[in-house]
Ligand binder design. Structure first.
Ligand code: SF4
Length: 495
């Protein structure tokens, strides 16, 4: 290496950068212990290979470098970018292995704000002497926040001035596309609609979902499964329970008849056998291994037997019907409904039962915008006009977790005397006012569907959309930012 007075620009830069690498390696001996020569060489080689270095290029017209790498440069012009208050003086952290007092004593960068200021001032001053013309610039906005000029630079170079007209970027042309909100609606012409109670549940969840499924026939694809699908298993469970409770199918028709069954397991096994024979499509028995179907037989038998044992603990009741069909018209909308079961309770009122093998919660019925209106719809529009509704419940038929959940006007008196006082069935009884409010809401949903409301307006984004298969059709993920605060406020929207 030559003396400082004879070296050229590049040599000067190399010397300076090498000095920095040696400084880094010097931290090897920070605890005073001697460092073996071999270890030093290894560390020096590693630090050298990782050091960033950008010497001035003699033939390149433009050199891009950081402020520290420009030491010793003599160029035609310099453009210093990012000269904002946040970026210059540069911020950084102190050395992790040296006591802060030592770093301050040695005036190391970042050990005190003043040192950074002094360093930035020295570099800025040097830069202004490195070229006949030096420009400093900064963006007025960073991350949508107003930025201010670096005070160090303002002190040396003066207050910032607007960019000359010639250097300003061309104005962005107006977008060729225009945003347009389509508020047109195509009213439903009336008549039957596919989907039963699901249509109004969808209208409450998201009007577009109801429109797309009931009017456009859009639907998701079932994933391929080995063996029975979840839907098939649900159908089988419903079929077994229908056979168990349908007096016309040699089932039992009341609590008393249930209690009189001597061999409950045998009773259930027989119905499971029939359901498997009748419900599985032609050919399915052949493609499924016999052992698999045997296991399904055992599973269903255990499950339904557990459920019937649970029903034994109920107050006396009679079964009014299973898979009861009704075709009400609501605000001009004709629906095909089918209730899993309707019981007459001991006080003469009716109990609407819906079998569920999945996780459901009556919270889904809560106003002002329910997630599900199926049972409130049955209670308000599918029971005979003179009948009084005493409750609507999910019959949760799940292994080890069988129970009723829902709203009953007198759960202990008419449903199950053993119902805990802490249960929501007791704490939140069904009231005539609640039934009226649901009825009004459902009419509003029907009216909204009939009027052609099809807004992409999920009740509770993203939860409502999790299980919905229409994302590519409604493009909710593209729209979510625009929906922002309006999400979750339309549902059964007024006309
Ligand atoms: S994905 Fe969400 S927004 Fe789209 S249709 Fe379904 S519920 Fe509505």
């Amino acid at each position: 290496m030559g003396g400082a007075d004879t070296e050229g620009s590049e040599e000067f830069q190399v010397t300076w950068r090498l000095g920095r690498v040696l400084d880094d390696c010097a931290s090897l001996g920070f605890d005073g212990a001697p460092v073996p020569w071999r270890d030093f060489l290894e560390a020096f080689e590693r630090a050298g290979s990782q050091a960033l270095f950008a010497p001035e290029s003699q033939d390149a017209p433009i050199l891009i470098a950081g402020p520290a790498e420009t030491a010793g440069l003599a160029v035609d012009g310099i453009w210093f970018l990012g000269a904002s208050e946040d970026a210059w003086p540069a911020s950084g952290t102190t050395h992790p292995f040296l006591p802060i007092s030592v770093q301050r004593e040695a005036r190391m960068p970042h050990a005190a704000a003043q040192f950074d200021w002094d360093l930035a001032q020295a570099i800025t001053t040097r830069l202004t002497a490195s070229a006949p013309k030096v420009n400093f610039s900064y963006a007025r906005q960073t991350d949508e926040v107003e930025a201010r000029p670096s005070r160090v630079i303002a002190k040396i170079a003066g207050a910032p001035q607007a960019l000359p007209e010639a250097l300003r970027p061309a104005t962005v042309r107006e977008a060729a596309t225009k945003e347009w909100t389509d508020l047109s609606r195509v009213p439903f012409p009336g008549g039957k609609v596919r989907g039963g109670a699901r249509v109004l549940t969808s209208q409450s969840e998201c009007p577009f979902k109801a429109f797309a499924t009931a009017r456009l026939g859009a639907e998701g694809w079932d994933s391929a499964e080995a063996g029975l699908t979840a839907a098939q298993r649900g159908q089988l469970l419903h079929a077994v329970l229908k056979l168990a409770w349908d007096a016309n199918e040699s089932g039992v028709g009341s609590h008393a008849e249930l209690m009189a069954i001597a061999d409950l397991r045998g009773f259930v096994e027989e119905r499971v056998r029939r359901a498997l024979a009748e419900e599985l499509r032609h050919g399915e028995h052949e493609v499924m291994p016999p052992r698999y179907l045997e296991l399904e037989h055992v599973r269903l038998t255990n499950l339904v037997a557990e459920w019937l044992e649970y029903e034994k603990t109920r107050a006396p009741f009679k079964v009014e019907g299973t898979e009861v069909k009704r075709e009400p018209q609501i605000e001009g909308l004709d629906l095909n409904l089918r209730m899993d079961r309707v019981d007459r309770l001991k006080d003469g009122k009716l109990l609407v039962i819906d079998y569920k093998s999945g996780d459901v919660d009556p919270k889904m019925w809560e106003l002002p915008r329910p997630d599900d209106v199926q049972l409130p719809l049955y209670a308000g529009f599918a029971l005979d006009a003179e009948a009084e509704c005493g409750g609507l419940v999910f019959a949760k038929v799940r292994a080890g977790e069988v129970e009723f959940a829902g709203r009953v006007d007198d759960a202990k008196g008419t449903l199950r005397p053993k119902t805990s006082g802490n249960s929501n069935l007791v704490k939140k009884p069904l009231t005539p006012e609640q039934l009226t409010l649901w009825k009004e809401y459902i009419e509003k949903c029907a009216k909204s569907f009939m009027a052609g409301h099809a807004e992409v307006d999920p009740r509770d984004y993203p939860d409502t959309c999790k299980e919905c298969a229409l994302k590519t059709l409604c493009r909710i993920e593209e729209l979510q930012e625009q929906l922002g605060t309006s999400v979750g406020n339309q549902g059964g929207g007024d006309e």
